[in-house]
Design a protein around this ligand. Structure first.
Ligand code: SF4
Length: 391
């Protein structure tokens, strides 16, 4: 039985109350002055650093981003240095963060900034929003934090915080919800310290107004929060529909030619576009013999070679977005080049024969890296001998 809810205030009336808005700003900025985390991208107001951090932080936890950010800025200290880099170098540094489209767009945008803005990150919002990979949120974050521009922001943490602060019990992802919350993000902005304010709302959403069990007892806004007063933190914001995960089966093949293995670069439209991978394809049947036949045929088409001695080697599981991949990895030996003419292969892409140690230099798909790590381990017998010598 649904419990009787206390009446909630109208979100729009709250937003239209200047004293309420003033108190929100004051309390939030005072709290942030003492609670802000010391994060590497907060050490300066360099728009390039803020931009890189904002892109890395999309769908990724702060703790994961910190070492990636440090390595990236160390390798590419300026927009110019990023623009002249090879895409492969950029992806290698991004490897493990996932969502590689972000890295490719960052790289493309750096080239555009060099070509059209002399390498200076633009401060004009129209120019910023035209850059690849930069939408309304990212533009607002960079412009407000780096230039104190009066630009609102709305992302996962602030959607949750504003929904609770306004006691908005509709769907925050709906058109109506988005309109209301963007309006809140805009109307709540102070006249000064805009960048600080935007960082403060994200920080409060991330550290205090968390999805489950928010720390209302330590929240600077609790006296202004109708969701806290009504004890509705578990119901607001309205939960999103659960992601339906899809199990898929794939096969990959390590093709040996002497001490070298064959790799291809994933093309546009593929899951790991721009990264290198072993030949890989969907594998739907669980009949192992039929599988092996199809696997060999597909690997031969991708590598444009005849293969022999195909053998099943290992299995691994990997989750990416809404897919749960079960990967069966085979090994096979190169016999000869095949007669499939270049251009008729539908998956034609850049390819290379490289040694196992060279795999370290290339940006690889997530499972490609796992395979590479297994290939570089010494054989079991050798490992046993080494540990016997150590003891
Ligand atoms: S009082 Fe609780 S629910 Fe309200 S904003 Fe603060 S942490 Fe969120």
């Amino acid at each position: 039985m649904p419990r009787n809810r206390p009446p909630l205030p109208d979100p729009v009336s709250l937003l239209e109350s200047p004293p309420w808005r003033k108190k929100v700003r004051q309390k939030l900025l005072r709290w942030y002055a003492g609670a802000a985390r010391d994060l590497p991208w907060r050490k300066s107001r360099n728009p390039y650093h803020i931009w890189v951090s904002e892109v890395m932080l999309q769908q990724t936890q702060v703790a994961t981003v910190i070492p990636y950010f440090a390595r990236f800025i160390d390798q590419f200290p300026t927009i110019d240095s990023l623009a002249v880099a090879d895409e492969e170098q950029v992806l290698r540094l991004w490897e493990g963060l996932g969502y590689y489209r972000r890295a490719r767009q960052l790289h493309r945008a750096a080239r555009e900034i060099v070509a059209t803005h002399q390498g200076q990150f633009p401060s004009n919002p129209t120019h910023v929003e035209r850059l690849p990979g930069i939408g309304r949120y990212t533009a607002g974050a960079i412009l407000s934090i780096a230039f104190d521009a009066r630009r609102p922001i709305l992302e996962a943490n602030t959607i949750r915080l504003f929904s609770r602060l306004l006691a908005y019990d509709g769907d925050p992802r709906s058109a109506h919800g988005q309109e209301l919350l963007w309006r809140a993000a805009e109307i709540l902005l102070p006249r000064r310290e805009i960048g600080q304010f935007n960082q403060a709302i994200m920080e409060l959403g991330s550290l205090v107004c968390t999805p489950r069990q928010p720390a209302c007892g330590t929240c600077p806004l609790r006296s202004l929060c109708p969701t806290f007063a009504a004890n509705l933190q578990d119901e607001i914001p309205k939960a999103a529909r659960r992601v339906q995960y899809e199990e898929i089966h794939e096969a990959a093949v390590v093709i040996w030619r002497g001490r070298k293995v064959w790799l291809r670069r994933c093309v546009e439209g593929e899951r790991w576009a721009g990264l290198w991978d072993f030949p890989r394809f969907p594998c739907q049947t669980s009949d192992k013999e039929a599988d092996a036949y199809l696997v060999q045929e597909k690997a031969e088409r991708q590598s444009q070679s005849r293969l022999g001695n195909l053998r099943q080697w290992t299995q691994m599981k990997h989750g990416v977005t809404r897919f749960r991949i079960q990967l069966t990895v085979f090994q096979a030996d190169f016999l000869q080049e095949s007669s499939i003419a270049e251009g008729t292969n539908p998956t034609a892409s850049e390819s290379r024969w490289i040694t196992v140690s060279q795999l370290n230099e290339l940006p690889l798909s997530a499972t490609g890296r796992k395979i590479a790590q297994q290939l570089s381990k010494p054989p079991v017998a050798q490992r046993k001998n080494t540990s016997a010598r150590k003891s």
